[in-house]
Design a protein around this ligand. Structure first.
Ligand SMILES: NC(=O)c1ccc[n+]([C@@H]2O[C@H](COP(=O)([O-])OP(=O)(O)OC[C@H]3O[C@@H](n4cnc5c(N)ncnc54)[C@H](OP(=O)(O)O)[C@@H]3O)[C@@H](O)[C@H]2O)c1
Length: 254
């Protein structure tokens, strides 16, 4: 038995939204700690690039496409995991959509539906499928990437913030009902992190400077700075941590 609490050798991990940004860094860090990582997003080619980088660095990984807003795709990735690996130890629900940036009263139905389908229905049924598989094998760990917007709705990000608040409650609901099956469920709530996803906040100098005045560390996060918390949550170091939502925001929400 390893004395390293963060050792993930022998673990099978699925990370959604792993082709870039926060998900890519989570996938790389879990692989560095020994997990076999299934790198997933909508675009297979981009996932293959990340899986190749992991393998070149000495890790173990494969790419598998899954649009988490599509229930058929969710079934597909879990059929693949069942037939190839027979089990899953770690799920990181990280892929999310934020198609609308504007006043909440102008939210169009298509943006509403896309945000709910990916961020809420997607996280939910990924967790259901993962939970069933983990239950068959004595347990596992699920981490949901939510957002500080779950606590304080972001300006012009109404429906996105609402889905992220729901992810916090989802985390606690799954933690409560799946804990008896040995499945721990926790969440990461990132603050402002430099990725394509947050592009709108970085491109507008006035918006960016306004954020900087609110963040005690006076800087944004790099994606890699989110990955350590996920490693902690999926590892034995967090063996008694369940239903917890960890804010990683440089102090923004103090
Ligand atoms: N960046 C921030 O400031 C910030 C702050 C708080 C929370 N977050 C959260 O952090 C998570 C990761 O975001 P990020 O900033 O790293 O964004 P990102 O760099 O834009 O990456 C998003 C990832 O999700 C994938 N993706 C998008 N829609 C998908 C779908 N329907 N199905 C499957 N994969 C999908 C993308 O790949 P494909 O295009 O190939 O699908 C990509 O791999 C999200 O949950 C986001 O809400 C980010």
């Amino acid at each position: 038995m390893s004395t390293n609490l963060f050792d993930l050798h022998g673990k099978i991990a699925l990370v959604t939204g792993a082709s870039r940004g926060i998900g890519e860094e989570i996938a790389k860090l879990l692989a560095e700690q020994g997990a076999h990582v299934i790198v997933s997003s909508r675009k297979l080619e981009d996932c293959e690039t990340v899986a190749r980088l992991i393998k070149e660095a000495g890790g173990s990984a494969e790419a598998y496409p899954c649009h988490v807003g599509r229930l058929d795709d969710i079934q597909g990735v879990f059929q693949h995991i069942r037939s190839r690996h027979g089990r899953l130890d770690i799920l990181v629900n990280n892929a999310a959509a934020n198609p609308y940036f504007g006043h909440i009263l102008d939210t169009d139905l298509a943006s509403f539906e896309k945000t709910v389908e990916v961020n809420l229905r997607g996280y939910f049924f990924m967790s259901v499928e993962a939970g069933k598989l983990m239950r068959e094998h004595g347990g596992g760990a699920i981490v949901n990437t939510a957002s500080v917007n779950a606590l304080q709705p972001g300006d012009k990000q109404g429906i996105y913030s609402i889905t992220k608040a729901a992810v916090v409650n989802m985390t606690r609901a799954f933690a409560k009902e799946c804990g008896p099956c040995g499945i721990r469920v926790n969440a990461l709530l990132p603050g402002l992190t430099k990725t394509k996803f947050a592009g709108a906040l970085f491109e507008d100098q006035a918006i960016y400077e306004a954020w900087m005045t609110k963040i005690p560390l006076r800087r944004h996060a790099e994606p890699r700075e989110m990955a350590g918390t996920v490693l902690y949550l999926v590892s034995d170091a967090a063996s008694y941590t369940n239903g917890e939502c960890i804010v990683v925001d440089g102090g923004l929400t103090i």
